[in-house]
Design a protein around this ligand. Structure first.
Ligand SMILES: Nc1ncnc2c1ncn2[C@@H]1O[C@H](COP(=O)(O)OP(=O)(O)OP(=O)(O)O)[C@@H](O)[C@H]1O
Length: 468
């Protein structure tokens, strides 16, 4: 902590400024005194000091106003309020949740100095974990306490090769965290290979992981390296580990124990040095209890566990995430960056976000394409997010449908429309027919189709109903 801490003092009373400036003239502090908040506000917001000391009653922008604005931009900046006791309540109220100290007037200079030093120490203590490991700042956004825990874990694990298990719902950023763990490890310059167990057909998992020899099975026309070999010296990220078939679990366990494996159809052991990071949205303990996951493998993987909270459990991060994704989407689509109005931002902050960060990211992309103006209003939001608490009311078919699509994509499905549209139409047809007691003409009308269209659809979708 060799760098001097910057302290800004705002008071219209010249005598107080003079006293404080002298009291705080210390080698470890760099003090700046200003008379009026409005003259320094833009600079203060842009380049905040380490500690702000302010009076309450001042001409122009008063201390409460100043705190409100500072808090908005820098919620963690410690503020020391100098005031008579009578103003304390309103001061506390205005800065609730922020770091706040109180210096009653009249004060003793030593007391003032001690308080400023304490605030500096406090600010630095807070800043340390707040700053994610170097280079991560733009990658993982998270000021919520649970995300701070994640950053701390990444920092703590930076120098290790230890196996890590990441828990969290789909779309919470598990792969991101795995990447960060890799980048900040001594293996950072080596490959990071990700493999989603839920996305590969079960009978291909072994050859995907361990590779195969030529002729190992029909279609194995050449020798092929598996992910383990590709990840040699680096990190292998095994997503949705709970979906790993039992035989593969056994093989994985053996690789972890011996550091070597055989390609499918091979007889020569292949040696590798791979760090495993596994992730799952499931409760592995429960899978173990149900006999669906090997207990010994579970213990092997569960050395260090990182939990990623649902987005709904870190709502304070939503505005920043949204701004980040809007900027990213604009870059990607080579267009102007959309800005959320306060109402739209508040609205987004209240939604349920069952698809977590990924859903927010997709929403921001959608907005970048669809919103008409530069400013995004609540009305510009996709319809399913616009009304009520949207995005997750249980029983809402759109939510269930979205979850289905999320899962299907995560499992590697393609041509989703081909998969979904027939079911969608079938459900509507069945329901309409139920309502009309099987009368097709009326059902076609309810659906908004001509009778011929319905007949044609029935032939392809529900041939058993097509006879008439
Ligand atoms: N904290 C974050 N800051 C910035 N971007 C994030 C953050 N968390 C997630 N993302 C982005 O959100 C998307 C989803 O994250 P990611 O793929 O890591 O989730 P996941 O938990 O691995 O999902 P799944 O289990 O479905 O594979 C990615 O595009 C990722 O870059």
């Amino acid at each position: 902590m060799s760098e001097a801490a910057r302290v800004m003092i705002v008071d219209d009373d010249r005598a107080i400024r003079w006293v404080l400036e002298r009291a705080l003239a210390q080698p470890d502090l760099e003090v700046e005194c200003v008379e009026r908040a409005d003259r320094v506000l833009p600079r203060l917001l842009e380049e905040p000091p380490d500690v702000l000391v302010t009076d309450i009653r001042m001409p122009g922008i008063d201390g409460l106003d100043l705190m409100a604005r500072v808090r908005e931009a820098h919620p963690d900046l410690p503020v020391i309020v100098m005031t008579a006791h009578s103003d304390l309540d309103s001061a506390v109220a205005s800065y609730q949740g922020g770091a706040f100290e109180y210096l009653p007037k009249p004060f003793d200079v030593d007391e003032a100095l001690a308080l400023v030093r304490r605030a500096v120490a406090h600010a630095r203590e807070r800043q340390r974990p707040v700053t994610p490991p170097e280079g991560l700042e733009t990658e993982i956004i998270g000021e919520a306490p649970a995300m701070q825990e994640v950053f701390r874990a990444i920092g703590r694990l930076a120098q290790s090769h230890i196996t890590v298990l990441i828990n969290g719902e789909s779309g919470t950023g598990k792969e991101r965290v795995a990447q960060a763990l890799h980048q900040h490890s001594p293996r950072g310059g080596r490959p990071f290979i990700a493999l989603n167990m839920a996305a590969i057909p079960r009978d291909l998992i072994e050859s995907e992981l361990f590779g195969h020899e030529k002729g190992a099975f029909t279609g194995a026309t050449a020798q092929r390296q598996g992910r383990f070999e590709q990840a040699d010296g680096g990190t292998l990220f095994l997503d949705e580990i709970g979906d790993m078939p039992a035989e593969t679990q056994t093989r994985l366990l053996r690789v972890l124990a011996d550091g070597e494996f055989y390609r499918v159809g091979g007889h020569t052991p292949v040696k590798v040095d791979v760090r495993i990071i596994a992730a799952t949205h499931q409760h592995l303990e429960e899978l173990v209890d149900d006999g669906r996951f090997r207990e010994d493998l579970f213990h092997r993987l569960n050395v260090i566990r990182i939990h990623l909270p649902k987005l709904a459990d870190r709502r304070e991060d939503i505005p920043r995430l949204a701004r980040h994704f809007l900027a990213e989407a604009a870059k990607e689509l080579a267009t102007d960056v959309k800005v959320l109005t306060e109402e739209a931002e508040e609205h987004l902050t209240r939604l349920a976000w069952p698809g977590n960060v990924r859903q927010l990211e997709n929403t921001c992309r959608w907005l970048t394409v669809m919103a008409s103006g530069r400013e995004v209003l609540v009305e510009d939001l996709p319809p399913e997010l616009r009304d009520g608490e949207g995005g997750g009311a249980s029983g809402d078919w759109r939510t269930a449908f979205r979850d289905w699509a999320d899962r299907a994509l995560a499992a590697g499905h393609t041509h989703l429309l081909e998969e979904a549209v027939p079911d969608f139409e079938k459900i509507l047809i069945e329901t309409a027919l139920k309502h009309t007691g099987g009368r097709k003409g009326e059902a076609a009308e309810l659906l908004g189709w001509g009778r011929n269209t319905l007949t044609r659809k029935l032939k392809t979708l529900m041939p058993e109903m097509a006879e008439d």
